[in-house]
Design a protein around this ligand. Structure first.
Ligand code: GLP
Length: 236
């Protein structure tokens, strides 16, 4: 695992963007695994800026997102589907038919998505304060495919900021790619910033590989690059 401690959020976002750009320029029909949350937003902004200024094209790129809340309408402002359209897809020339965000709450929905996610060149990840990746909460078996998950109180509290700071408005379940799905990606690019991620990063990078810290599984992946700011790196 390669860990790069960056000056600040802008710096880490830019470095992460450079990795994506290099991939897409080299292989125009790349498959990108994408994440929501605030962490990758700066990287997405850099992708949009570069597309507008330098013409880097995403027209042949396909994307598969990690997760989505259960029971939320796709058009809901808080759905991850809306998030991706607002924060990335509407700003680049990607074909909407090539973008995929999981949806549903049945075993069949999960199996269908699991089968669809294929040949991911780079998987972008953030990390939850409790070490979750996607919505794979602590205790999730490492070989799990796409599944429905009950969100922990910690995760719902952390995400309440997007729901009028009211935890009761945060959905209780999500559909998420499993750790097994994520680990199939050829390369993993994780971005994180802020002191509230420091414990999770320490457990991920220096702790034992243990299902209590889902992100620790990344120690077993052959090609992981992590861009973090000084605050997130403060406990390493
Ligand atoms: C959310 C998402 C994750 C994300 C994480 C961190 O719950 N499901 O994919 O990485 O929490 O979010 P943020 O980047 O906003 O801190």
């Amino acid at each position: 695992m390669k860990v790069v401690v960056c000056e600040n959020y802008d710096d880490l976002s830019n470095k992460a963007f450079e990795v994506i750009k290099e991939q897409v320029v080299e292989k125009p029909n790349s498959v990108l695994g994408l994440a929501t949350g605030s962490s990758p937003v700066g990287m997405y902004q850099d992708m949009i800026k570069d597309h507008k200024e330098n013409g880097t094209s995403y027209k042949d790129v396909s994307t598969y997102n990690l997760d989505e809340y259960v029971g939320i309408d796709r058009k809901d402002p808080q759905s991850y589907y809306t998030f991706m359209n607002e924060n990335l897809f509407s700003g680049i020339d990607i074909d909407p038919n090539n973008t995929h965000v999981p949806y549903g709450n049945t075993k069949e929905d999960c199996e269908k998505y699991e089968d669809a996610v294929n040949g991911v060149d780079i998987q972008v990840l953030g990390i939850g304060q409790n070490g979750h990746i996607g919505f794979n909460e602590p205790g999730t078996p490492f070989d799990e495919p796409t599944h429905i998950v009950d969100l922990t109180e910690n995760t719902r509290e952390a995400n309440a900021r997007f729901f009028d700071n009211d935890i009761n408005k945060v959905p209780t379940q999500a559909i998420t790619q499993g750790i097994g799905t994520i680990m199939k990606a050829k390369k993993i690019l994780l971005v994180a910033n802020g002191a509230n991620k420091a414990d999770a990063l320490k457990a991920m990078i220096e702790g034992d590989v243990n299902i209590e810290c889902p992100a620790s599984v990344l120690q077993k992946h052959p090609d992981v690059i992590v861009f973090i700011d000084k605050e997130a790196a403060s406990k390493l």
